[in-house]
Write a protein that binds this ligand. Sequence first.
Ligand SMILES: *Cc1c(COP(=O)(O)O)cnc(C)c1O
Length: 403
Amino acid sequence: MSQTTSSHLLPVFARANLAFERGEGAWLIATNGERYLDFGSGIAVNALGHAHPHLVKAVSEQAAKLWHVSNLYRIPEGERAAARLCEASFADVVFFANSGAEAMECAIKMARKYHAARGAPERVRIIAFEGAFHGRTLTTLAAAGQAKYLEGFGPVAEGFDHAPFNDLEAVKKLIGPATAAILIEPVQGEGGVRVPDAQFLRGLREACDRHGLLLIFDEVQTGMGRTGELFAYQRSGVTPDILALAKGLGGGFPVGACLATAAAAAGMTAGTHGSTFGGNPLAMAAVNAVLDVMLAPGFITHVRRTALLLKQKLAAIRDRHPDILADVRGEGLLIGLKAVVPNGDLVAALRGEKLLAVAAGDNVVRLLPPLIIGEAEVTDAVERLARACARLDAAAPMKGAAS
Ligand SMILES: *Cc1c(COP(=O)(O)O)cnc(C)c1O
């Protein structure tokens, strides 16, 4: 295998030298014919696996009819998708975008406009959290505040204050007369599958209510069944005012959404925001097809049952390999393996066993399988993980031998 492949793609990604040509459910078939068990799902995107027959049919049929018309006209498929998302959540209105970062941009703009429309245009600041990830646009990078992603890209967008994750007192100290909203991932994904205390999220809601702030949940990663509820906020018992979705929403078709209550969205009148591509008929066919599957009776129960089984088996592997795995954490099928060895080594060892996983912050390896996996894939993945751990154990210097 050649080490470097010359490419005209902007080299911003550290790609594995591996390419796939087709997928079937939880499996990806590489260009050399090898089969990989996909527990990365294209970073929590392929929630229904690859080539799901219902999605293939819905998108193919739509592709033969109409792809794009612009938002100059009504889009009945989008009206239906929005109504279904609202019916299944706290929301009254939906804006469709093309990515998670764009869904977040809408959320940020909406929170500021809410206050401006109520005669308080000075309320623009948003409290966000250390370790967060909200996307790669200049404003969503400023929202997350991670220096490593902002460096070299000029002035950092104003208006974000950062508190340590899970620290309610720190949040309260940051609230001032210019604060507009609090923005949080109900489980930090990229940051390392960090789950906050339930009291912490409740405390944020109370602080928002007391000070007239909006609560924004970035559910780009946690949404669409990933945590064992359709939305993670439903697990926490804390309802946001604004919620961003993307990743699993189109089952692999690029689409994002910003959901909101009518009150939170009150400032977003005609002309205040827009998108050329957002919510086009092809994307909406994908969203409606995903919803057909996820809203069907039994789907969410299946995710929960699968997650429980997988977590139990993972805990047993951790107990057997304490020099490789420190902890198993997460909600539903958003699972983090806190590694003892460098997480990149574990991802590579798993790939060696033909199991795909995704690295995250805090030295964590994420398991984000398609939500449609069954017991057979769970057992198979855990066996591959056990072999990878055994291989890393064998490669590590003998513990205790030196002392
Ligand atoms: C992936 C992600 C984003 C960004 O989504 P893009 O589609 O890459 O713009 C934003 N927020 C969270 C929580 C994410 O996981």
